[in-house]
Design a protein around this ligand. Structure first.
Ligand SMILES: *Cc1c(COP(=O)(O)O)cnc(C)c1O
Length: 432
């Protein structure tokens, strides 16, 4: 059964099982397994590859555990992501720590655990000097900004001339080689050109730049000091239809066309994909609470707004989402398409999941599906208006179409919201 059919079965079953009160996220577990198989097969020509998933794309512990069981390790970029991954049983060598703001405590923890670290800058390298001995257990690398330019979306382009990430290559070639010469324990180069909106060719330019740099460092060292290249993530996803967009195999073909030597077996590799593994394998469903007409515009008020779709709401031109209108039973609604604003519950006028979107006319009790939200949406909550994080359910579908749901995260309770709002300190302020 393909992903679209699984989704249809899951939507009807979710409606029948009352899982949509008023909103929930869903994760297609078979879809994740297929994505991992696709990834692993695609990179096989590169030889030794450690695949990790970028925790920020979906830092939910059961999902990280599920991926780990499929052989995918975790890229973490904050103490919280590290704690969640470790709670999921993924730790030590199965983690890669990237972040432009690692504290000394974070670095010490990673080095003690044998977690790989990609230092972001020269100051961080100086901290590592204090923490690592001659033979660290961790693989230690340096993040390079290859300065190959921006993709379509500025906010997710990390290889611009003035990006905050990594060491800018053009300005620092000699200093980088020198930093490696002084530190025999530095054995990895890391590059991540950007995320969504960066064409595979641009990503390949970044990889070509660090491969060339690795060859230079190794030539200067007189031995193969750089033994692995961390290629980052960033494969774009097609949000316009059920078609996934460029595959991992397409990307590897682009990489090998650009740098054939990647397949010569001299380097090991790390990948850090997030969106391409998860986006298409998750969707969000909300009930329609009310509908109205304002200034001639049809508006459907749902429970899915910026708290679960911050990027779409705040930058609609860059992050449009496909929406489907369903009836209360989870079946696609029919009828003429009417332009409608699909609004969220947040108290600002721009909290719209879509503007003037042609859909069968929504009514209270109907459902709205926001597709391709398995990465960076319901897993990345925005706490505006004290709205709770919604429940997230994993599902599998048998060949006969029977759907089994398993909990990934329960909805945040009112008591938890109060606690997050400083509830324990009520009365602790000096008297007014
Ligand atoms: C965000 C990020 C990734 C994952 O990017 P995707 O577009 O989700 O594949 C990988 N590596 C680093 C360093 C990142 O910041």
């Amino acid at each position: 059964m393909n992903r679209t059919d699984r989704k249809h079965h899951a939507l009807a079953a979710a409606a029948e099982n009352d899982l949509l009160d008023p909103m929930a996220g869903f994760v297609d577990l078979a879809g994740i397994r297929e994505a991992v198989e696709d990834l692993t097969k695609a990179f096989a020509p590169l030889g030794r590859v450690q695949h990790t998933v970028a925790a920020k794309a979906c830092g939910l512990a059961p999902v990280l555990r599920y991926l780990a069981d499929l052989g995918v390790d975790v890229e973490v970029a904050s103490p919280g992501e590290t704690a969640v991954a470790e709670a999921a049983g993924v730790r030590g060598r199965r983690l890669v720590l990237d972040s432009p703001a690692k504290t000394t405590a974070e670095l010490a923890h990673a080095v003690a655990e044998g977690t790989a670290v990609n230092a972001d800058n020269f100051q961080e390298l100086a901290r590592l000097d204090e923490l690592v001995g001659q033979h660290p257990r961790s693989v230690l690398g340096l993040r390079i900004n290859p300065q190959v330019g921006a993709g379509r979306i500025g906010d997710t382009s990390t290889a611009t001339a003035a990006s905050k990430f990594g060491i800018p290559l053009q300005d620092n070639r000699a200093l980088i080689t020198e930093a490696f010469a002084r530190r025999p324990w530095l054995t990895r180069l890391h590059v991540h050109v950007g995320s969504q909106g960066c064409p595979p060719e641009l990503m390949a330019d970044g990889v070509a730049a660090v491969h060339e740099l690795a060859e230079e460092i190794n030539a200067a060292a007189g031995y193969q000091q750089v033994t692995s290249l961390d290629l980052g993530g960033g494969l774009p996803v097609n949000f316009a239809s059920e078609d996934p967009g460029p595959t991992h195999a397409d990307y590897v073909a682009t990489l090998l066309a650009r740098v054939p030597a990647l397949a010569d077996g001299r380097y090991a590799f790390v990948t850090e994909f997030g969106r391409s593994l998860l986006a298409k394998n998750g969707f969000l469903v909300s009930a329609v609470e009310y509908t109205k007409v304002a200034g001639g515009r049809h508006i459907a008020v749902t429970h899915a707004g910026a708290q679960v779709a911050a990027r779409t709401v705040l930058e609609p031109e860059h992050w449009p989402l496909r929406l489907t209108a369903l009836d209360a039973a989870g079946k696609p609604k029919t009828g003429p398409a009417v332009p409608q604003d699909v609004a969220g519950p947040l108290c600002f006028a721009g909290d719209l999941l879509a503007r003037e979107r042609p859909l069968p006319l929504l009514e209270p009790g109907d459902l709205v599906v926001a597709h391709d939200t398995g990465a960076y949406y319901f897993g990345a909550h925005y706490a505006y208006n004290t709205l709770p994080r919604p429940a997230v359910h994993g599902f599998t579908v048998s060949e006969r179409g029977d759907v089994r749901f398993t909990p990934i995260r329960r909805a945040q309770t009112l008591a938890e919201l109060v606690a997050d709002a400083g509830g324990e300190h009520v009365g602790a302020l000096p008297e007014a």
